[in-house]
Design a binder for this molecule. Structure first.
Ligand SMILES: [Zn+2]
Length: 273
């Protein structure tokens, strides 16, 4: 049986948690570290804490978090010192989601691609999270795509994320004076709106084709708010992925829409396996 545990999913706007068998609690993120301390203190005998975090994490430390204020960068040491005997693990939220989908689909090699505020990915290869030397593997949103007079959060001006993410599309909307429509709405808008929407589809398909060609996954899961909210975008992207991807790897890969409600939270529990 699992030891008494708590699992957290910390994002820019959401704070979710559950105990090992309990229901999921959803709060707005305020001061997440204080929220977390309150939750831990209200549970007795906790032995394990797993955290899925929307930022870059390395060896228990938060390296960067574009949308979240962080007081204690070394959050693992902070919590283990505050609660002696408790084992803490923290991992990037998409890497946690990849673990959750690995369990869901029962394949050892899978990828996830998320188009939300940002554009990110994570892969599990032969059962293990693909990390790289600094746990930065998967920052697909910052692959160069084409130059545009905008600046990405990373400082470059050509990132995929500037073309295929909620934040990037918002920047394009300002730059080109586009209407306040969704990507699907732009597909039927004026010339510039159509161009922006078609480019978003192309950039997203390019990201997916990179995932499949480089990692050769059995399953590629695509999700995130922009993906969920724009069915026309989904329809446009799928044939483009087929056209751009190395054909034998494409043939082996099932492309599916994300369908787990709390994938990062599920993955936070799997950090202990
Ligand atoms: Zn970038």
């Amino acid at each position: 049986m699992m030891e008494p545990s708590l699992f957290f999913d910390i994002g820019g706007s959401h704070f979710r948690y559950r105990s090992e068998e309990g229901e999921v609690h959803r709060l707005k993120t305020q001061r997440w570290e204080n929220q977390m301390l309150d939750v831990i203190e209200s549970h007795r005998g906790i032995k394990r804490i797993g955290i899925a975090f929307a930022g870059q994490v390395f060896n228990g430390e938060i390296r960067s978090a574009p949308n979240i204020a962080v007081e204690h960068q070394n959050i693992q040491a902070f919590l283990e010192c505050r609660f002696p005997g408790v084992q803490v693990r923290i991992e990037n939220d998409l890497k946690c989601a990849a673990l959750a989908y690995r369990q869901r689909f029962k394949y050892d090699t899978i990828g996830v691609l998320y188009v939300g505020t940002g554009l990110g990915s994570a892969s599990v290869s032969e059962g293990k999270i693909v990390r790289g030397c600094g746990n930065m593997a998967g920052e697909i949103g910052h692959v160069g795509y084409q130059s545009v007079p905008l600046v990405c959060g990373c400082g470059k001006s050509d990132c995929l994320e500037l073309f295929a993410s909620g934040s990037g599309l918002e920047k394009q909307r300002h730059l080109f004076g586009l209407s306040d429509l969704s990507v699907d709405g732009w597909f039927e808008g004026n010339v510039q709106e159509r161009r922006t929407a078609e480019t978003a589809a192309d950039a997203l398909a390019y990201a997916a084709s990179l995932m499949i060609t480089l990692h050769n996954p059995s399953v590629l899961v695509i999700g995130g708010g922009v993906w969920e909210d724009n069915p026309m975008l989904r329809e446009k992207v799928k044939p483009l992925i087929a056209a751009k991807t190395f054909p034998p790897a494409y043939k082996e890969c099932r492309i599916v829409d994300a369908d787990l409600d709390n994938a990062p939270l599920i993955g936070a529990a799997l950090l202990f396996e």
